[in-house]
Design a protein around this ligand. Sequence first.
Ligand code: LFR
Length: 486
Amino acid sequence: MGASSGRALIGKLTSEPDGKRRLDVSEIHRFPNHAIQIGNHLHWDTLRLLHEMKKGIRYAFQQGYEPTTFGIDTWGVDFGLLDANGELIGNPYHYRDPQTEGLIEEVGNLIGQEVLFKQSGLQFMPFNTLYQLYAMKKAASPKLDIAQTLLLTPDLLAYLLTGVKSCEFTMATTTQLFHPETQAWNTELMERLGIPSRLFLEPVHSGTILGPLAPEVASELGVPAMQAVSVGTHDTESAIAAVPAGDEPFAFLVCGTWSLLGTEMNAPLLTPETLELEFSNEGGVGGTYQLLKNIMGLWLLQECKREWDEQGKEIGFPDLVRLAEQAEPFRSLVHPDDPRFFSPGGMADKIRAFCAETNQPIPQSEGEIVRCILESLALRYRQALEQAEKLTNRTYGGLHMVGGGIQNRLLCQFAANALGKPVWAGPVEASAIGNMLMQLVALGECKDLREARKLVAESFPIDVYEPDLESDWTTAYETFIGYGRV
Ligand code: LFR
């Protein structure tokens, strides 16, 4: 389940005559996902998502597949609250809800940014669960008073299908309330902020079998009671699990609504430099920690497209990319992580305002805007990769790009050009594949993450983008960092 679309995919493990195994993946169902505004709040349409998931399950069986397990992964940080009877209270908030505005500073003043970082390992993002709960507390939300259990989105959806309440580790680490050193919920911090600690369940590790579909769900759908597996339920972590890397340290970019750029570690890196360069340590599958930076990503483009669609222009992504290709290079650049770009609406004008404020030519046409976004993202990738190299004292020979965003071939090429290093792109459906890998681990079909990644490398083709060293990305980079934050 992604922030802009959900999909149901089926994985099938086959063995070739020579003993080699392959994972085949087919798409069963795809549906859009939107934020819904109610009053001043933004919400997820959780019941619709549940409905679409049920359809996905039904379609799988109707098409003759007989899946024995399923797993759910979604974006991070968001949650639903259950009352004492186990019913969902209200509509879960969308992480772009404005209720958390200004709370990074407020909570930082209360607790201290260094302390918060040491005790969470996370980059301060306004949407982190901690700030959302603190906002509800400040608003004296009665929902918090009656809530008994907090379920993060994938755990909530799994609960609505199975009746089993759980909390999976990779999602727990996105809340900013999980302590990376004690590996436990930070109840002291919760108490200081007035967040009820009773809400939090003991995390389980990905690869845990949760239980079968609830009998009423299985009978509603007319399917057997297949087992739910707690996979790498945070989509980013599932995607990283599906990076077809070998044993050498590697750098990755999970490319979708967000761009998550970083590198895999054995343990969190809680140094002052990590805090200063605004990197996160997110719990991964198979005992890994991922040191990564959240970059605003293709959200900028998705929002422009949404606006143009609403104006009746209806230009598809491939055509937008073609227009960008024809536009003049390096005419104007933005810093993709400027906070103004976080909230929905008016994206093209926000980009124009950024360019005006920085005395650059103002992009007017769709092609100029899209070119500006893609070049700026690629330059941001270079900056983040250099920072990751600095933090880890390693150099990376290239960048693995995975996720839906790699269908944007111009972005992959720009990334290679900006880095001056090759980009290895694939697989596209990385989150879904990584999700399946942890089901295979749970079933004993794959021994560990290493073996699972080998299966990805043997099952899915990779596109290689070599850098075009002729073009003037280095000069553009120097201009770009002048506009920047770390
Ligand atoms: C990507 C992602 C990021 C998280 C953001 C918001 O889909 O999960 O990792 O920071 O969404 O939850």
